[in-house]
Design a protein. Structure first.
Length: 143
């Protein structure tokens, strides 16, 4: 709630090994929506093997700088549930939060955000209360 998805820019992807099988479709959908993909070396190597155009960024400081400068507009980062993996990703996660850019730390969240990007221009906002009332009106008519 309250997340404003960017309409264009670079998306940084760093996925744990178990999530990489879902990275190809994720990156392809991002690129089809007009985003460019940058990735951590292991994720970039996997994507390149799948013939996905991606730029690899090895230097974590460079990633954090690009996040701070809003050159990277969204981050997808999943890690193994090990203390060392969580600590290794901590600086990138903190940089994304400090820059107020969308950060997704599960593959399901990244997939949902990517799907939502397709619909940025075509959506309506509804008040839940009004929807509830409109659903109850036909019920009252049948009673």
């Amino acid at each position: 709630a309250g997340v404003i998805l960017p309409k264009s820019g670079q998306v940084y992807i760093d996925l744990k090994k178990g999530d990489r099988s879902r990275a190809e479709l994720l990156a392809q959908q991002l690129q089809a929506s007009g985003y460019s993909v940058v990735a951590a070396p292991e994720t970039a190597a996997f994507l390149e093997e799948q013939s996905v155009t991606v730029k690899s960024i090895e230097d974590i400081t460079a990633v954090m700088t690009q996040i701070a400068n809003h050159e990277i507009v969204m981050v997808f980062i999943t890690v193994d549930e090990k203390r060392s993996a969580i600590q290794a990703s901590q600086n990138i996660r903190k940089a994304a939060l400090a820059a107020r850019i969308p950060l997704y730390s599960t593959i399901a969240g990244a997939e949902a955000a990517t799907l939502a990007l397709k619909h940025l221009e075509n959506y309506d906002v509804y008040a839940v209360q009004k929807l509830h009332i409109s659903l109850q009106e036909p019920l009252k008519a049948t009673l």
